[in-house]
Design a protein around this ligand. Sequence first.
Ligand code: SF4
Length: 399
Amino acid sequence: MAGFTVGFLGCKVSHVDAHALRERLLADGHSESPEATDVAIVSSCCVTNEAVAKSRKAATRAARTHERVYLTGCAANLGGDSLTGLPPNVTVVRGRPEETVELVAGDVGAIGCVQDERRFGRVRAAVKIQDGCSFSCAFCVIPLVRGATRSRTAASVLREIERRVGQGHREIVLTGINLGCFRDRGAGYTLGRLVREAGAIPGVARLRLSSIELNHVNDELVAALRETPTVAKHLHVPLQSGDDAVLRAMGRRYSVATYLRTLEPLAAEFNLTADVIVGFPAEDEQAFVRTLETAERAGLSKLHVFPYSPRPGTRTAADDPVSPAEKAQRSLRLRELSRTLERRRWETKLGRDELVLVDRPGRGYGDDYSPFLVDAPVGELVRVRAHGVSEEGILAVAA
Ligand code: SF4
């Protein structure tokens, strides 16, 4: 039996990939422990230079304390020389996530003693429904490292959700690289139908979409989100820029007007959040100011800010005219706006009751993914009353 640790960098998809490996190694009879020294799994990220550097660092650190390290995921598939010179006990596992599990599990070896699945005690479970992306945003390396979009069958997704609920998870997050591309044509499923059926599985207290591209926010999906009682009132819809010329240069498939028009009818019902890239080659100060304005006009309450970093193999790989200092300054301004918008939303909750899913000691999330600081048992869905706002979230007591 090998003792192993699992770590991941990057997005929910990387987390799900790491979790798939964890489950497989446990099912093969190995044991997970923070003190393990046999095997380390590092599910990596390559979305920025910094993410690759952190992935490299994580693998190097693990190589000092473990006999074998498997570096999997996006950075492993990046190619080039970003991972050369790693310690000799690090294996860079290239291949699609579907193949990676077999490759690593085969190398570690099975001992055939199945472990108890209920040890995955987390409150929230991310369930991957799709992988890869067939869009071709000019800056994005993800289609190169993860391949074209492909979906799991609806039946396997629904079965996994039932299994997660059986393990005690209360909230399910449907996750993918480009979630709206999910299709199970053979069985006649769109994302909308999957949402309806996943949300109706007994034991699912909440169902959430990790992120959805604006082009996929259509009437059918919106109806499914509105009409499925367990669907959380939160939508993360990447904006990337609030300037039409920058959006065109990025190869995004919408204009600012379309973004605003699509989200406007949803803003009263859903908490809207977004990703934004700052310092893209076509972004000047005016374009950046238009992004600040668009974020406010769209009713966004939180912005995940990514300073642009050219990725190998992409259309903008050779372009990076905005200085690091300018990127840092724009990031700061955008993050300040994000904090203001977030606080504004939190303050609307004062004196009101809300159902909070407590996912760790002293903390949980409302239906719209607003963070609450409340003293209640982990794993419980509790009704709370908000009485204040701090830097970390909404202060509340059980109602
Ligand atoms: S939609 Fe664009 S940004 Fe998102 S993964 Fe696909 S190519 Fe990358």
